[in-house]
Design a protein around this ligand. Structure first.
Ligand SMILES: O=C(O)CCC(=O)C(=O)O
Length: 258
């Protein structure tokens, strides 16, 4: 069985900068994925003490070799927010990265037969404590490490059903078309990574409320973000970024063909 994009889906992706494929994973698969996810979180906590701790805009980060852990801001700084690259901690995630439901559509997007991995992130937004992500593009983070930042499409796997209450993924439709946009200018350390609000139209924002098991494919230049989790429901996501084969991965610099 194959999962390549239809012409209609591909046109929509090119026009909007994203595409949702609902309910791609069934509930037993999702239970297994959540177990893998939580085992990865436990592993991250267990290695955290051995890493180098630092703060950017009062947010705690820990680097352990090529792994970066990002924590929620105070007063919830005991909670992890992002683990990248997550598969370093759990090789069960390699099976997800190679799953055709993710890779076939990405091959359609890139018009290639073979892929390598750029990076993979586990994003946690724990009930009541999970903070949001401001509007940003991924491409400005990667422009210094990739010679071909246009060829880094993402897929976002919804581990939990999400809506506005638990901080679903939101995008600015069509915002990918202008390439890398300017960042904000303020005194903060990370401000330059958030997209200048004059450069996109907030009226084009779409809240991608989606069932658990849905996949959201999105362009590296698409402006996106999400609000805090105010609910008592989990909102966990696994975001994988691919590139054509034989290219070095973001953190390790090693080639990880799929
Ligand atoms: O998980 C989310 O809601 C947004 C994640 C995000 O923007 C990112 O990891 O770049």
């Amino acid at each position: 069985m194959s999962f390549f994009l239809t012409d209609k889906e591909h046109s929509r992706y090119l026009e909007d900068g994203f595409l949702v494929r609902p309910n791609q994973f069934v509930s037993e698969e999702l239970e297994n994925l959540r177990d893998i996810f939580e085992a990865t979180v436990l592993k991250a906590h267990s290695v955290s003490d051995s890493g180098k701790e630092y703060f950017l805009d009062k947010k705690k980060f820990v680097d352990i070799d090529y792994l970066t852990l990002q924590y929620e801001p105070d007063p919830y700084s005991q909670y992890l927010k992002v683990i990248e690259p997550a598969h370093f901690l759990n090789n069960e995630l390699d099976k997800v990265i190679a799953d055709k439901r993710l890779t076939d559509p990405i091959k359609s997007i890139l018009s290639v037969d073979n892929l390598s991995l750029w990076t993979d992130k586990l994003n946690l937004k724990r009930p009541k404590v999970g903070s949001g992500f401001g509007w940003h593009q991924d491409s400005p983070y990667w422009i210094h490490d990739s010679k071909d930042v246009d060829s880094l499409p993402n897929v976002y796997l919804c581990l939990d059903s999400s809506d506005k209450n638990n901080g679903c993924f939101s995008v600015i439709r069509g915002s990918h078309k202008k390439g890398c946009l300017p960042g904000t200018f303020d005194d903060s350390q990370l401000g330059g990574f958030y997209t200048d609000k004059e450069c996109f139209n907030i009226k084009h924002s779409v809240d991608l409320e989606a069932e658990a098991g849905s996949l959201i494919f999105f362009n590296p230049h698409l402006v996106h973000g999400s609000s805090a989790n105010r609910s008592d429901q989990e909102r966990r996501a696994y975001i994988i970024t691919y590139q054509p084969t034989e290219r070095a991965a973001l953190k390790s610099g090693e080639i990880q063909n799929i």
